[in-house]
Design a protein around this ligand. Sequence first.
Ligand code: MLT
Length: 229
Amino acid sequence: CISPDLLDLHELANKTVIVVDIFRASSTMVTALSNGVNSIVPVKDLDQCKSYKKSGWLIAGERNGKQADGFDLGNSPLAYLDQAFAGQNVAMTTTNGTRAISLAREQASEVLIGSFLNLQATVDYLQTSTNDVLVLCAGWKGKFNLEDSLYAGALSLLLGWDHDCDATLGMEALYQQVGGDLQGFLQKASHAKRLQNHDLDKDIDFCLELNQFNSVVYLSEEGLKNKNN
Ligand code: MLT
């Protein structure tokens, strides 16, 4: 597992890259595509994202944890529950998550979106693959964060593959200690605190639920799709 700021893009070549942004981009993408959304186009730039509105797309924009001005949606996974936007296409831009996806798409042979919500479905899919896997942790503005790296530790433990990554080794050990109470442990994570300041506690708890969806979310030519739809 690695953060974008430490990344040598060539490390992504010929690998399956799992982009993870637990609070909340990847959790929101998985929830939306598990609730009937047709596809999600991840966009780095706010204005470029807004331009999709002219084509009848829903536009979802978040910066610093809050809904960006002029957008239909922010970045809460709860907004997509109960098939709320089934059949629609969404253009989405977030502070870190969509930036990490744009890095991954440049070199990776396959890009998946990882979250605790579809953890086991992703593990099951990877067990059928022969690719090496790299978990690209979105982090916060180039900094390490706990939740994304804990996901990498959980994924590695469940895969049971050999690796020589100390960061993954450390996160496997931490997940073994705290995995039974993610909500309790991650209350003190920096982005959880930011979200708490915006009264988004329900988002935090939902993003830490395990295996709510049997979805494998991947990046296609048309954007993010659910293999199990
Ligand atoms: C991100 O891109 O860093 C997150 O999705 C931010 C958020 O949704 O709060």
